[in-house]
Design a protein around this ligand. Structure first.
Ligand SMILES: [Zn+2]
Ligand SMILES: [Zn+2]
Length: 478
């Protein structure tokens, strides 16, 4: 950590450039609302897909409609998606935050439409540079429930930072919570570019709030080695972020060139393979000029962590940490296990599963329990604790059912309350009237329609005959 802090970088140049750009861009009108992206100067920088969702909301249309009407027609033939293929955007969507041609094409169009000149910074390329985008981003967005709740409480903008999408980031640097990627109500992964008009921080499938209902310390990571690794990763990411702000797209060629130089030392390959857990063959591939294979940022960080030197230091030829590690044959930090081969701490798992069964922990499903314990998959838990996992699954199902019923009761109650209020004002509580009072899409829910019929009946109306009539002292148009 101390070595990382020694890498000093001057930051504020870009800030001045931005202000000038924004001032000179005052006169030409943008086609879409000129929405500024969030926190481009810090590691809390917004993601491009999160920006698209927010932009659509400011125009009161669904993000998919914004994409279909404003972005797709302006892309070149190679990057367009025909309307039936729009449905695929869910799977492809994450690459918009990546480093490929698709991300560049979309960014260009959005910068022209909004007259915001910094939107390219919302993609991976302008953070981790020209490293291959392969396996860098998650398949679905993740989030920190405590961050969402904190922003809502303070009335801040609720948005999706880019680093939440990085596979390497597992823990929120602010709250030490595990990031989550499934809605706790419907267990689905939210879509990236949403189809409907969900509010920020809501599940794109069931509209449940994705934030933490109460601040919950049990969501925090407890494993000190994991916390230390993740805090090291965030520092390394911050360093790359700052460097790319003042230079340009970061180039990784010097990183591999410098690494190759150190690896030439006697027995360096075998020593480093032993210390880092990365095979000799892979290390050869990393530095081979004939091989186009490039490792993921996670693999690079796992390697650098053992020597306690950051990727940026290696890029800049500051190789003392690496040389020292090779010389001494000892690691500064213990190697991080590869996720798929992660050692399972059976005692810790057993205690956590038991806490769920005893009701001391919230009734998580097996997948969520695995994530909370720091495992990427539930496979290991199911293998080691089949009985506990079966019971936990049963309970989680029952809990979800109960939560669903509560939510439906709330929908019915909101419809009834709105109808009684309209009726008290002498206005016929038509569905059209209700649509203007309730959030978009609310009345499409079967429970809302059901409540509408029931309340009409309660108020003494017959829906079929009175759809266009009014009650109260004077006719009021609906
Ligand atoms: Zn957080
Ligand atoms: Zn949901």
């Amino acid at each position: 950590m101390s070595k990382m802090q020694q890498t000093t970088i001057a930051v504020p140049i870009r800030k001045r450039q931005r202000n000038v750009l924004q001032e000179t861009n005052m006169s030409p009108r943008s086609h879409l609302y000129s929405l500024p992206p969030c926190n481009v100067e810090t590691i809390w920088r917004e993601s491009l897909t999160g920006y698209i969702n927010r932009l659509a909301r400011t125009h009161h249309i669904s993000p998919r409609d914004l994409v279909a009407q404003e972005i797709l027609p302006r892309l070149g033939d190679g990057f367009s998606l025909s309307p039936p293929r729009l449905a695929l955007l869910g799977a492809q969507g994450m690459s918009l935050n990546g480093s490929g041609d698709l991300a560049r094409a979309w960014t260009g169009v959005l910068e022209r439409l909004t007259a915001q000149t910094d939107l390219h910074l919302l993609t991976l390329r302008w953070w981790i540079g020209d490293l291959s985008p392969r396996r860098q981003l998650r398949e679905a967005p993740a989030w920190c429930p405590s961050c969402l709740s904190g922003w809502r409480e303070k009335g801040d903008i609720i948005y999706q930072p880019l680093f939440w999408m990085f596979q390497i980031v597992m823990i929120c640097p602010r709250h030490q919570n595990f990031l989550v990627d499934r809605c706790s109500s419907c267990q689905k992964k939210p879509t990236i570019i949403t189809t409907n008009k969900t509010e920020p921080g809501e599940c794109t499938h069931c509209k449940a709030w994705l934030g933490a209902e109460v601040y919950d310390r049990t969501r925090q990571a407890q494993d000190d080695t994991l916390i230390s690794w993740q805090s090291w990763v965030m520092n390394a990411l911050e360093e790359l972020h700052t460097a790319s702000l003042i230079t340009d797209v970061l180039q990784w060629e010097p990183f591999f060139r410098h690494l190759a130089r150190c690896l030439k030392e006697e027995k360096a390959y075998s020593k480093l393979a032993r210390l880092t857990g990365i095979s000799r063959e892979n290390l050869h591939q990393w530095v081979s000029e004939d091989d186009v294979y490039t490792p993921t940022l996670e693999a690079i960080c796992r390697f650098c962590y053992v020597c306690d030197m950051t990727p940026l230091q290696v890029m800049r030829g500051q190789l003392a940490g690496l040389q020292q590690t090779i010389q001494n044959g000892t690691a500064v930090h213990p190697p991080r296990p590869r996720r798929s081969h992660r050692y399972v701490d059976q005692e810790q798992c057993q205690a956590f599963l038991q806490a769920i069964l005893d009701g001391r922990e919230e009734p998580l499903g097996v997948y969520q329990a695995a994530r909370r314990l720091g495992y990427a998959e539930a496979r290991q838990l199911r293998y080691h604790f089949p009985q506990e996992c079966a019971e936990i699954t049963q309970r989680a199902k029952a809990y979800r059912k109960q939560r669903k019923e509560q939510r439906l009761a709330q929908v019915r109650e909101e419809v009834r309350r709105a109808m009684l209020s309209l009726h008290a004002q002498g206005i016929y509580p038509s569905q059209r009237q209700l649509r203007s009072l309730l959030p978009g899409g609310f009345m499409l829910q079967p429970a809302a329609k059901e409540a509408w019929y029931a309340t009409l009946h309660e108020l003494g109306f017959e829906p079929r005959n009175v759809c266009h009539t009014h009650v109260g002292p004077a006719p009021i148009s609906s």
